[in-house]
Design a protein around this ligand. Structure first.
Ligand code: PGD
Length: 775
């Protein structure tokens, strides 16, 4: 640690995380945390820190997989099955620098996959993604990157074609303040669950969603939740619950639009003035192109909602300040582009775009930084340098890439070819959490020469690596916490010394860069503290330029955080467009809301045609897998992070993740509340505890992501995951040829009561290690 930092009277020092600003102190060797006093609705995820800090799941020293150490780099199906050999830092870094040099010189940087997707930790300098990308750019000359995210794979590709700037739509459009004040009806497809908005990348000092919904409801705003899980809107919203069949929202929205149009309740003036291609879409809607009017009677059996209820819901939106919300989760599924596009059309038909609290609130509530104000000054950001490799993959196509080098795939109108990857470098992500069909992912990782992972704990990803380098946890280093739309910029003080031999990602990359002859280029001669001061200066200078108080770094460091100025809540691009569509057209090809996109139509991909359509899923509940599985975000941790912490483990039952199912489905299978169940399909199986509740629609089982993958027998091909990781069950296919986004939200399964001896949970036990290697 560089200095003895200040603390409050009790010695608590500020820090932050993706799930909230907090302060912490060490007392008698124990970590204590408390939430930020200014947060109106803090959550319990910070309570994962105390037990996690010194947990045995932490990685204490560099490790090399035995097979890699003995036989050298190369494809190996022993990954994830092998033992590890502890090595010194010197040895680990020498081996790794040698391997990086070999791959660069023999195959070029285009054989390195450095997409390294993942949320890592808050902190603008020790941001693992930026660090790994910067290092690969400088030491290797670049790397094959990934584009888009697991969160918004489909929508982030679609939105620029049809609505304009993604960032603007989600962050500067309809705000929580507007909802509290103006909305009359909020219809939320997929809901706006607080477990999602409690998290925001970078830092979040105020959780405002619950309060905003409570204020809106108290004013008389009506909330309607369309979705299979009742908990996807908080009780404070007092929502009506329309429990449709998962994956059928597009059909429901089509039927609602059909009702509005055929009953003359649509806003034709808005459609004429602000949209493109309505007449083409209308022919499809009315059945003129395929003989099937998309009316409520058609949609009812698809959605599992009576036709009259769908029609009545549509009518009830007419003439109101109505806000249509479509959750990220809906697009994390087969044909995920369609509900996003159809939500935009429903909102256009209601004509409320650009009005305060009305229009289209795409993904509001999906994450804590949507629907808030934008900071008026930039936050500190580490430059990643220049990547000389142009090649990329859509992020969720990693297993396809590794398994099928040289084959082609469609993406956003292009036909692209998968590169031949020899080395994969991961820092700050957990593909054994985020990717689908984990048994397939294991096969994919067996194909590479070398897999390198920096991790703070023994995740399944670390267990599958060849070289594992122990990284510090956020609490063990200093940094600046900030995000582009949270007003509080936080000095993140180090609270504890690094665990074992763990080092910061920056320190690891600095050493490697030195060995590869680019030390000075990578570090620019700065220590970590000097970098933090350097990055702070950008924000300080912008504050000074605006004539705002611009504290020196020392003043900032002594503070509890400084409040950044924020932009007006002005409705952004869509408000300006509404006011004057000629002077302020949308940045779409037509300058309007594209109900029909000739660009997408021109791509000629049948799985994403030129306007929104109902495309039935390939994978539907039937035969051996009669239930839908909703694999959504967890409530007690961020993704898989700190799954071994107290708040996360405390919510498990008999050590397993908890699934929820409807009493009818449970009774039909002889399953009782609290039982252990086995969920299975053709791809894999896992155990979970079960909560029987009428809060899920019949025919639906829900199991959140994030329980660490824990195969009963790692030697087996498709071993049972004994802990409850739903990604052993999910399908590894893209949303469509347009976006190739992640489809992990929804799959089909069967469930049975688990009989017999309950296998132990091994996920948090360090893997078998041999004696330290002789140097
Ligand atoms: P995390 O668990 O956050 O998951 O996937 P992501 O990979 O981001 O992983 C971050 C890892 O970084 C953790 O293992 C943590 O220990 C490590 N880490 C933290 N700090 C540091 C650090 O400073 N240095 C290093 N080296 N490591 C660090 C999330 C992804 O999952 C996302 S965003 C979504 S939205 C998807 N959602 C779903 C879904 O809804 N359904 C399914 N089935 N699957 C999903 N996967 C996706």
């Amino acid at each position: 640690m560089t200095e003895t930092p200040h603390g409050d009277a009790e010695g608590f020092r500020p820090h932050t995380s993706h799930w909230g600003v907090f302060s912490a102190r060490m007392r008698d060797g124990t970590l204590e945390v408390k939430p930020h006093a200014g947060d109106p609705d803090p959550n319990g995820i910070i309570d994962n820190f105390p037990a996690a800090l010194r947990h045995r799941a932490r990685i204490a020293q560099p490790m090399v997989r035995r097979g890699w150490l003995e036989r050298g780099p190369g494809p190996d199906s022993r990954r994830g099955r092998d033992e590890f050999v502890p090595v010194s830092w010197e040895r680990a870094l020498d081996l790794l620098a040698g391997e990086l040099t070999r791959v660069r010189d023999q195959h070029g940087p285009g054989a390195v996959f450095g997409g390294s997707y993942g949320w890592a930790s808050a902190g603008r300098f020790h941001h693992a993604q930026s660090q790994v990308h910067r290092f690969l750019n400088m030491a290797m000359g670049g790397y094959v990157r990934s584009v888009n995210s697991y969160s918004s794979g489909a929508s982030s590709v679609l939105v620029p074609h049809i609505l304009g700037t993604y960032e603007d739509l989600t962050k500067r459009n309809v705000s929580w303040e507007q909802i509290a004040e103006y909305s009359e009806v909020v219809i939320a497809f997929g809901g706006m669950a607080l477990k999602n908005s409690m998290v925001a990348g970078g830092s979040i000092s105020q959780h405002v969603e619950r309060g905003a919904m409570e204020r809106a409801a108290a004013r008389g705003c009506r909330f309607v939740l369309v979705g299979p899980l009742r908990s996807d809107l908080p009780v404070e919203a007092g929502a009506e619950w329309v429990a449709n069949i998962p994956g059928t929202d597009t059909a429901m929205m089509l039927a609602m639009v059909h009702t509005l149009v055929t009953e003359g309740l649509h806003d034709q003036a808005f459609l004429d003035r602000y949209t493109e291609g309505w007449p083409i879409f209308l022919r499809y809607l009315l059945g003129e192109t395929d003989g099937q009017p998309k009316d409520a009677a058609w949609a009812a059996p698809i959605c599992g909602i009576p036709a009259e209820e769908i029609a009545a819901l549509a009518r009830s939106l007419h003439g109101k300040r109505a806000l249509v919300v479509v959750a990220h989760s809906l697009q994390r599924a087969e044909h995920g582009e369609q509900p996003v596009w159809m939500g935009a059309v429903l909102a256009a038909v209601l004509g409320q775009y650009g009005l305060p609290g009305g229009g289209y609130g795409y993904a509001l509530g999906a994450i804590g930084y949507y629907g808030r104000r934008y900071n008026a000054v930039p936050v500190p950001t580490l430059s990643q340098g220049r990547n000389k490799v142009a090649d990329f993959i859509p992020v969720a196509r990693i297993a396809d890439m590794l398994l099928n080098p040289g084959t082609t795939y469609r993406y956003n109108g292009q036909t692209r070819t998968y590169p031949d990857i020899k080395l994969v470098y991961w820092a700050g992500g957990n593909p054994f959490h985020h990717h689908q069909d984990l048994n397939r992912l294991r096969q994919a990782f067996a194909r590479v020469d070398t897999l390198v992972v920096h991790e703070l704990a023994w995740t399944a990803t670390a267990r599958h690596a060849d070289i594992v380098l122990p990284a510090t946890m956020t609490l063990e280093r200093e940094d600046i916490g900030a995000s582009s739309n949270d007003p509080l910029m936080v000095p993140m003080h180090p609270i504890a010394a690094p665990y074992g031999e763990a080092r910061d990602d920056y320190a690891i990359f600095s050493e490697l860069a030195g060995r590869m002859g680019v030390g000075q280029v990578f570090t620019e001669g700065r220590t970590a503290r000097q970098w933090i001061e350097h990055l702070y200066e950008r924000t300080r200078a912008a504050l000074a330029e605006m004539g705002r108080p611009a504290p020196s770094f020392a003043e900032f460091w002594r503070s509890e955080g400084i409040t950044l100025p924020q932009m007006e809540d002005d409705g952004g691009e869509l408000r300006r467009f509404r006011i004057d569509p000629v002077a302020d057209p949308l940045p779409t090809p037509s300058g309007r809301i594209e109900i029909f996109s000739s660009t997408i139509d021109g791509f000629g991909d049948a799985d994403c045609p030129g306007h929104p359509v109902w495309l039935p899923r390939q994978e539907v509940p039937q035969g051996d897998t009669p239930l839908f599985l909703v694999a959504n975000q967890p409530a007690t941790r961020l993704h898989s992070q700190l799954d071994f912490g107290g708040h996360s483990t405390g919510a498990k039952h008999r050590g397993r993740e908890v699934a929820r199912m409807h009493p009818q489905d449970a009774a039909a299978r002889g399953v009782a509340d609290g039982d252990i169940i086995r969920l299975f399909n053709e791809r894999g199986s896992c155990l979970a505890a079960v909560r029987v509740t009428d809060g899920v629609r019949p025919g639906v089982v829900q199991l959140p992501t994030g329980a660490w993958y824990d195969p009963a027998d790692p030697e087996e091909e498709r071993s049972l995951c004994v802990h409850g990781n739903p990604n052993v069950l999910t399908r590894d296919v893209g949303t469509s040829s347009l976006a190739q986004g992640c489809t992990g939200q929804l799959t089909t399964v069967e469930v049975e009561r688990f009989e017999g001896n309950l296998p132990p949970i091994q996920a948090f036990e360090p893997p078998g290690a041999l004696p330290m290697a002789a140097e």
